[in-house]
Design a binder for this molecule. Structure first.
Ligand SMILES: [Zn+2]
Length: 261
C-alpha cells in the first residue's frame, strides 16, 4: 500500500485495486480537511460528534480531489452489525443525503459513478471490486463485525450476485495493529488462537486485520488479490485518527471506492 498526494489530501492506495483504471479508491488520512481539535482535519463521519458543516465540507474536498459526484456519495451507518446492503437506484446518496433508519456496516453497488464510503478510526476498513460483475463494496469491521464475519458476508453477497471469487479483489486499509490492540479474554477468546498473543492479566493482543484477510481468503479469493496494509492507526496517530490513540475522542477516516464508466 502506498501513499498518494492528490491535491490537498493524502490517500493510501493498494496496487490490488489501482491496477484497474476504472476504479477510484483510497483510504484517507487526517490531511487536507477543515475540522478542528480531535477531528483535525479530514474527519469524515457525520456521527462521531464533529461539526456537521465541517464534515460536509470534508466530503466536498474528498469528492473534488477525486473528481467524484458528491450528489451520489453513499455511505454506511455503522453500528457493528453484520448487515450488508445493496445500493440500488433509489438508495444512491443514502447515508449522506438521507439517513439509513437502521445499522448497515457494508454497502455494495453495481452502479457506476456511485462512490461508497465506510468509516474507521482503528476499526478495519475493507474495499472490494468484483471485476466480472462490475460491483464495488465498502466494509467496516470492528471486532464485533469481524467476529460476525461481515467481510465474508460481503464477499458471499458478491458471489450471490454472480461474481466468481477469482475475479474479486480486496484491499484492507490501515487499522489498529496487533502491536496496539489489547483486549480482554472475553473478546480475544471469540477468535482462533492464531489471531492473538496472550499477555499477563487476562490481556491479549488481537490481530483484526489478519482475521479479515483470512475471512476473505477463505471465500476462495486468491491471496495475491487481497492486500493487507500492515499500517497501524494508533502507532501513526499523526497521520490517522485513532479511537484508542485519542482516548475515544477522534475524527474518522474513510475508505472510498467508486467504479467509473
Ligand atoms: Zn500499533
Amino acid at each position: 500500500m502506498c501513499i498518494t498526494e492528490i491535491g490537498t489530501i493524502a490517500l493510501y492506495q493498494s496496487s490490488v485495486l489501482s491496477q484497474f483504471e476504472n476504479i477510484v479508491h483510497g483510504f484517507t488520512t487526517r490531511k487536507g480537511g477543515v475540522s478542528k481539535g480531535a477531528y483535525e482535519s479530514l474527519s469524515m463521519s457525520p456521527r462521531r460528534g464533529d461539526d456537521i458543516e465541517c464534515v460536509h465540507k470534508n466530503e466536498e474536498i474528498l469528492c473534488r480531489e477525486l473528481s467524484l459526484d458528491i450528489k451520489k456519495l453513499t455511505s454506511t451507518r455503522q453500528e457493528h452489525t453484520d448487515t450488508v446492503e445493496i445500493i440500488d437506484e433509489e438508495r444512491i446518496g443514502i447515508g449522506v443525503k438521507t439517513p439509513w433508519d437502521y445499522g448497515v456496516d457494508a454497502c455494495i453497488t453495481t452502479h457506476k459513478n456511485v462512490p461508497l464510503l465506510c468509516y474507521s478510526a482503528d476499526c478495519v476498513p475493507v474495499l472490494m471490486y468484483a471485476q466480472d460483475i462490475g460491483a464495488v463494496a465498502a466494509v467496516h469491521a470492528g471486532w464485533r463485525g469481524t467476529q460476525s464475519g461481515i467481510s465474508k458476508k460481503t464477499v458471499q453477497k458478491l458471489i450471490e450476485l454472480g461474481a466468481n471469487p477469482k475475479n474479486i479483489y480486496a484491499a484492507i486499509g490501515p487499522c489498529i495493529g496487533q502491536c496496539c490492540y489489547e483486549v480482554d479474554g472475553d473478546v480475544a477468546l471469540k477468535f482462533e488462537e492464531k489471531y492473538y498473543e496472550k499477555k499477563p492479566m487476562n490481556k491479549y493482543m488481537l490481530d483484526l486485520g489478519k482475521v479479515n484477510f483470512d475471512l476473505i481468503k477463505d471465500c476462495g479469493i486468491d491471496e495475491e488479490n487481497i492486500s493487507l496494509s500492515g499500517i497501524c492507526t494508533k502507532c501513526n496517530n499523526d497521520s490517522f485518527f485513532s479511537h484508542r490513540g485519542q482516548n475515544g475522542k477522534s475524527g474518522t477516516l474513510a475508505g472510498i471506492i467508486c467504479m467509473r464508466e
